[in-house]
Design a binder for this molecule. Structure first.
Ligand code: LUZ
Ligand code: MOS
Length: 761
C-alpha cells in the first residue's frame, strides 16, 4: 500500500508551500486593503500618507488596472478591486507593495477611505424578498407533486437552516509572481485552478494567456476554498509584478484570509414531504434559499448541485425542488467539499425525521424503505446504474450490528437521566462529474527520459488529498514499472493547458485516465520496439513486468533501461500527451434532464452520540460506515480521505458556526471565535469498511472518486444528537438550526414551549 507521497516530507517539515519558497532577490511584499463596511459607496480613497512611508513601492487601486477589472468566473460580476461601491466587509479595494510585509501592513493602516454606507442584507430570505438574486430561480422536477399529495396519508412541512463553514486550509491563500523576459509573468500560486488564475491575470493585465504561466507545487489544503478564490491573490501579485517589474510575494495572514474569503453557503430551506402510513415517500417539495454573498463566484453551480442531491439516495416518484441564489452583503460564498450537495441532503433527512414523529416509526425504517434501486430514475432523468444503495445499507446494518447498538442505547437511556445516547443512519449517494459537463476534461504529458526515469504532468493539483500517489500508481500499473521510477511534476499551465479545477472529487478520475492514456501510447511504442529488438512478429505476445520484457509470460533478457536506450536510438518518441473527456455525460439545461454524472458513489454510516443533558455538550462516539470506493487506487489514501471528510462533515453540523452581525461584520473572524473540530469533537471511533465487488468502468482501474462523498456522513451526527435529545424529552418537536451547537442543544432542551415555525405558503 502506498501512502500519500507527501507524507514523509510533511512529517519532516520539508514540504514547500508558497510561504516557504526561496524568493528571488529584490522580491517585494504585497498586502491588500479592504472595505470596512458591508455595503456602500466609496466617496474617497486617500493613499497619500501610505505612499510616503519609507519602503513603500506602490499603492494600487482599480484605476491602475491596465486590462479589465474583472475576475468573475461563471458571471462577470466581480471586480478585483472595488470601483464605486463596496458590497461586503473584506472586499479588496487596493493593495500596498513594500520592501517588507511589516511595512506593507503599516502602510495599509495609513490608508483612509470614506464611505457612504447603504443598508446591508445578510439574510438570504430578505434578499429574496427584495429580489436581489444572483440568477433566476432554478427548478428541477419529476412527476406531479400537486397530484401526489392526495394519495399521501401523512404530509409534513418544515423549515430548516444549515450554516456556513470556514475552509481553514492550513496554508492561507497566497502567490508569488515573477516578471520574466518579454512581458511574461510566472505566477506560483496556491490554487486548485491554475487556468482560472492564468485567465484572470491575462484579463486584468490586458495581455494574452500565453504571457502568463501558472505553476503549482502543492497546496496546504483547499477544500474548495481555492477553486475560485485563490485567483484574486495570484492576480494581484501578477499586477504588482507587472507594474513594478519586481518579484512579488503576497500571502494572506489568517485573519485577512478568514475575513476576505467566502465560505460554505448557508442555506435556509422549506420542505414538504408526503408519505404513505407505512413510510413510502410519494412526494417531496423543497425550496432552497442559498446565501450566495455579494457576487456570483461559483454559487450558480453550487446551487445546481443542491438540486441534484435534493433526494439523496432515495427514489421519490414526485419531486419539485426550487433553488434560489440570494445576493447578500457577506463575502462571496464558494465551493466547499460537497459543493451544495450536503445542504440539499440535510433537508431531505430533516423532512424524513419530521415525518417519523407523525407516523410513529423510526427514521431508518423510512430511509431503508425508500432507498434507490437499480434502474430507478433520479429526478433529473439519470437512471441508477450499478446502484449500491441497498448493499451498503444492508452490510452496515449487519456488520456493525445495528440491532445490538439500538438495544444497548435503549438500555443505557433507561438507566440514565443526565446522559442520553442517540443513533442515526446516514445513507449517501453523490454524483461524480462536474455538473457543467464541459469541465469534465483533462490532459496528461508523460516523458520517459533516456535513463528510464519517468516524469508525469497532469492538470491535477495536489492539495493533501493524495491525487499524486494515485496518478503515480496508475502510471506504474499501466507501464508495469516500479513506482520509484516515476516523478509527478508540478501542475503548470505551460505544460498542461486549459486545466479544469482539481475539484468535484474528480481529480484522480480525469487526470488519472489521461495519464493512463498517455502511458498506453508509450507502452504501445515500446512493445513495438521490443518486438523489433527481440525479433518477434506479434508485439501482443510481449508485456512489461517488473522492469523486464516478457514474451508469452517468459522473462526475456531485455530490461526496461536497455529498451528505453534502444528506443531512443531508434528515434522512437519517448513522450506522449493524451486527452481524456468523460464519455456518456450530458445535461439539457432547458429541461433539467439528462445524465450529468459518470457514476454515483454510495455508502451508509451509523453514527452514535452521547449527550450530557445537564450541559448540552455531547460526544460523537462512533461513525461506522460501509463505503463504496470502487476498486481503490490507494486504500490508505482513500481511508484517510473518508476519515477526514467525516470529521469535517461532523464539524459543519455540530461546532463550526459562522456568525455575522446584522451590519454584515464577520463575528467568527479568528480561531478564538470560530470553533473547528478538535480531537474531542472528532468521533471517538471511526470504522470504514470498503464495499466489495464494486465495479466502475469510468474510474481509473475501476476506482471511484473519494474527496467529497464521505463528508455527508457527518449529517448523521446532527440526527444522532437529536435522537439523544428526544430520549430526554420524548414528545418534543425540536427545531434546531444547524450547526447543532452545545449552546443550541442546551437552550432547546430546557425551552418551555415548542418552537414551531410557520411555513409560508
Ligand atoms: N466545482 C464545479 C465543483 O465547478 N462544478 C461542480 O460540479 C463541482 N462539484 C463539486 C465540487 N466542485
Ligand atoms: Mo470543490 S468543493 O473544490 O471539489
Amino acid at each position: 500500500m502506498r501512502s500519500n507521497i507527501d507524507i514523509e516530507k510533511h512529517v519532516k517539515g520539508e514540504s514547500q508551500f508558497i510561504d516557504d519558497f526561496v524568493v528571488p532577490e529584490g522580491t517585494l511584499y504585497a498586502k491588500a486593503f479592504d472595505s470596512t463596511i458591508a455595503h456602500g459607496k466609496i466617496v474617497s480613497i486617500d493613499i497619500e500618507e501610505a505612499e510616503k512611508l519609507t519602503g513603500v513601492k506602490g499603492v494600487f487601486t482599480s484605476k491602475d488596472i491596465p486590462g479589465i477589472n474583472q475576475v468573475g468566473g461563471i458571471i462577470q460580476d466581480e471586480t478585483l478591486f472595488a470601483e464605486d461601491d463596496v458590497r461586503f466587509m473584506g472586499e479588496p479595494i487596493g493593495m500596498v507593495v513594500a520592501d517588507s510585509m511589516e511595512i506593507a501592513k503599516k502602510a495599509v493602516g495609513k490608508i483612509k477611505i470614506k464611505y457612504e454606507p447603504l443598508p446591508a442584507i445578510t439574510d438570504p430570505r430578505e434578499a429574496f424578498e427584495k429580489n436581489k438574486l444572483i440568477i433566476p430561480p432554478k427548478i428541477f422536477s419529476m412527476g406531479d407533486t400537486e397530484k401526489a399529495w392526495k394519495d399521501c396519508d401523512v404530509i409534513v412541512e418544515g423549515k430548516v437552516e444549515t450554516g456556513g463553514q470556514e475552509h481553514l486550509y492550513l496554508e492561507t491563500q497566497g502567490a508569488i509572481a515573477i516578471p520574466e523576459e518579454g512581458g511574461k509573468i510566472k505566477i506560483i500560486s496556491s490554487t486548485q485552478s491554475p487556468t482560472a488564475v492564468q485567465r484572470a491575470a491575462a484579463r486584468i493585465l490586458g495581455t494574452d494567456m500565453h504571457n502568463i504561466e501558472v505553476d503549482v507545487l502543492r497546496l496546504g489544503g483547499a477544500f474548495g476554498g481555492k477553486e475560485d478564490q485563490a485567483t484574486h491573490w495570484g492576480v494581484m501579485a501578477a499586477l504588482a509584478a507587472s507594474k513594478l517589474n519586481k518579484p512579488i510575494k503576497l500571502v494572506l495572514s489568517r485573519m485577512d484570509d478568514i475575513r476576505m474569503t467566502g465560505k460554505r453557503h448557508p442555506y435556509s430551506s422549506d420542505y414538504k414531504i408526503g408519505l404513505t402510513s407505512d413510510g413510502k415517500i410519494l412526494a417531496y417539495e423543497a425550496t432552497f434559499y442559498q446565501n450566495a454573498g455579494a457576487v456570483a463566484d461559483l454559487s450558480p453551480a453550487v446551487l445546481e448541485r443542491t438540486l441534484f442531491h435534493a433526494t439523496n439516495s432515495y427514489f421519490i416518484p414526485n419531486v419539485k425542488a426550487t433553488a434560489i441564489s440570494c445576493k447578500t452583503n457577506v463575502a462571496p460564498n464558494t465551493a466547499f467539499r460537497g459543493f451544495g450537495g450536503p445542504q440539499g441532503k440535510f433537508v431531505i433527512e430533516a423532512a424524513i425525521h419530521k415525518a417519523t414523529q407523525k407516523i410513529g416509526i423510526d427514521a431508518w425504517e423510512i430511509q431503508k424503505k425508500n432507498l434507490l434501486k437499480e434502474g430507478q430514475s433520479f429526478y433529473y432523468g439519470q437512471k441508477a446504474e450499478r446502484c449500491q444503495a441497498d448493499r451498503c445499507w444492508d452490510q452496515a446494518v449487519k456488520e456493525f450490528n445495528f440491532e445490538k447498538t439500538r438495544n444497548e442505547i435503549k438500555k443505557f437511556n433507561e438507566g440514565n437521566h443526565q446522559f442520553k445516547k442517540g443513533v442515526a443512519l446516514m445513507p449517501i449517494c453523490f454524483g461524480i462529474s462536474f455538473t457543467n459537463s464541459f469541465l469534465n476534461q483533462a490532459s496528461a504529458l508523460v516523458h520517459i527520459y533516456t535513463d528510464g526515469s519517468i516524469g508525469v504532468s497532469t492538470a491535477a493539483v495536489e492539495m493533501g488529498q493524495g491525487v499524486n500517489v494515485k496518478i503515480k500508481n496508475a502510471v506504474a500499473k499501466t507501464l508495469s514499472v516500479d513506482i520509484s521510477r516515476i516523478r509527478i511534476e508540478t501542475t503548470n499551465t505551460t505544460r498542461i493547458a486549459n486545466t479544469s479545477a482539481t475539484a468535484a472529487s474528480s481529480g484522480a478520475d480525469l487526470n488519472g485516465n489521461a495519464a493512463i492514456l498517455a502511458s498506453k501510447n508509450l507502452l504501445d511504442r515500446l512493445l513495438s520496439t521490443a518486438a523489433e529488438i527481440l525479433d518477434i512478429k506479434d508485439k501482443n505476445e510481449l508485456s512489461i513486468q517488473y522492469d523486464f520484457i516478457f514474451h508469452k509470460g517468459n522473462k526475456t533478457s531485455l530490461q526496461w533501461n536497455e529498451l528505453i536506450t534502444k528506443a531512443y536510438q531508434k528515434r522512437i518518441s519517448l513522450s506522449s500527451q493524451a486527452y481524456y473527456a468523460t464519455p456518456d455525460i450530458y445535461f439539457d439545461k432547458t429541461k433539467n434532464q439528462g445524465r450529468p454524472f459518470a457514476y454515483h458513489v454510495y455508502g451508509t454510516a451509523i453514527i452514535t452520540a452521547t449527550l450530557d443533558c445537564l450541559r448540552g455538550t455531547y460526544t460523537i462516539d462512533s461513525v461506522k460506515a460501509v463505503h463504496d470506493f470502487g476498486k481503490s487506487l490507494s486504500p490508505v489514501v482513500d481511508r484517510g480521505q473518508a476519515e477526514g471528510a467525516i470529521t469535517q462533515g461532523i464539524g459543519w453540523l455540530t461546532v463550526e458556526e459562522v456568525a455575522h452581525s446584522k451590519e454584515g461584520k464577520l463575528l467568527s473572524n479568528s480561531l478564538s471565535t470560530y470553533k473547528v473540530p478538535d480531537i474531542y469533537a472528532a468521533p471517538k471511533e471511526i470504522e470504514v469498511i470498503f464495499l466489495e465487488d464494486s465495479e466502475n468502468p469510468y474510474g481509473p482501474f475501476h476506482s471511484k472518486a473519494i474527496g467529497e462523498p464521505p463528508l455527508m456522513y457527518g449529517i448523521g451526527a446532527y440526527f444522532a444528537i437529536l435522537n439523544a435529545m428526544e430520549a430526554f424529552r420524548p414528545n418534543e418537536d425540536f427545531e434546531i438550526a444547524a450547526p447543532i451547537t452545545p449552546e443550541r442543544v442546551l437552550l432547546s432542551l430546557y425551552s418551555k414551549t415548542k418552537k414551531r415555525v410557520t411555513v409560508p405558503n
